[in-house]
Write a protein that binds this ligand. Structure first.
Ligand code: NI
Length: 136
């Protein structure tokens, strides 16, 4: 039997959405307020979902202490209170939209979770706007 285990985490970060080659006006048209040249912050919330077989002996899918630890070390410690555009190497080349941040988090955590478990990540940029990535 397979069960999905989920854990929530939070980080605050600043970003600016823009394409260098575009004019200010075009950036503003496409990205709206998120293109403000002086950056702005979001209180991001993530939910990490791990789906896998319930171990017959222990009754667990994944050790939640381990899940908590990797989210803290790999994601929160890296992204919390950062300017994503300026301080996170990955986002020097990639626009830090909710979609791309979610993919980044998924790729980072995927390396730390057994391949026999299915991983998805939900990222809330605001309480009403959120994205989900499951790896394809
Ligand atoms: Ni924004």
């Amino acid at each position: 039997m397979k069960v999905t285990v989920s854990r929530k985490a939070y980080f605050n970060a600043a970003h600016r959405l823009y394409i260098k080659q575009w004019s200010e006006e075009k950036n503003l048209n496409i990205f709206g307020k998120c293109s403000n040249p002086n950056f702005h912050g979001h209180n991001y919330e993530i939910i990490v979902h791990v789906k896998g077989k319930v171990d017959e002996l222990t009754g667990i899918v994944i050790d939640l202490k381990y899940l908590k630890q990797i989210i803290k070390h790999e994601i929160e410690d890296l992204l919390d209170h950062k300017n994503l555009n300026l301080e996170i190497k990955y986002f020097k080349e990639v626009v830090p939209t909710a979609e791309n941040i979610c993919i980044f988090i998924w790729n980072t955590l995927r390396k730390k979770i057994d391949n026999n478990k299915h991983l998805s990540v939900t990222l809330f940029e605001t309480p009403r706007n959120f994205v989900k990535y499951s790896g394809n």
